[in-house]
Design a protein around this ligand. Structure first.
Ligand code: GLN
Length: 190
């Protein structure tokens, strides 16, 4: 049976995730209300603006519900702003993260001059072919807890993708390239 994967659709790049997941055979659909979280096999929190998303999550009564589902083992993938929302700690007072993945992140970590860039990075978990990663005003991972594995680093060693238990995250936007390996990895894990 196709896996049911919700994509949080309050704001940001959710359509692209639904497209990739659908192409991989999942039943993917947008989620905006707490009731739409029932019976999911997995959830994606997309990129966008984490300050806006965390506010909307509170307004839509999704924050505590998501924390509960994460505690019960719902696999969640967070990309870019989605990764910020998964984090335990964010070096920024404007965001209230869910605190459901044991990582600390820094928002807008690349400053103004190189705030968006693309680079091929090694991702051993996906095989030998490097992954083309698109960074858009991206955060970075500054700390990973015990039990969290770094899946990708920039050439200078900065951690930009990780997996911990049922959570997987990236600083970059895997939904904006034609390479489905990131989503396939998530579907394989759920
Ligand atoms: N800069 C955004 C934030 O801090 C994230 C950007 C993105 O998701 N592409 O929320």
């Amino acid at each position: 049976m196709a896996k049911k994967v919700g994509v949080l659709a309050l704001q940001g790049a959710f359509i692209e995730h639904i497209r990739v997941l659908g192409e991989l055979g999942a039943e993917a659909f947008p989620v905006r209300l707490p009731g739409e979280l029932d019976g999911l096999d997995g959830l994606v929190i997309p990129g966008g603006e984490s300050t806006t998303m965390s506010r909307l999550m509170l307004d839509y009564h999704l924050t505590d519900r998501l924390r509960g589902l994460a505690r019960d083992g719902l696999p969640i993938m967070g990309t870019c702003a989605g990764m910020i929302l998964l984090a335990k700690r964010v070096m920024d007072m404007d965001v209230e993260p869910l605190g459901i993945m044991d990582i600390d992140v820094r928002r807008n970590a690349f400053g103004r001059q190189v705030d968006s860039f693309e680079i091929d990075i090694e991702m051993p978990a996906f095989g030998e072919t490097p992954f083309h990663a698109v960074f858009i005003r991206a955060p970075v991972i500054e700390r990973v807890g015990d039990g969290v594995e770094v899946l990708a680093r920039l050439p200078d060693g900065t951690a930009v993708a990780a997996r911990g238990g049922d959570m997987i995250c990236s600083s970059f936007h895997p939904e904006l390239t034609c390479d489905p390996r990131f989503h396939a990895y998530f579907l394989g894990a759920i």
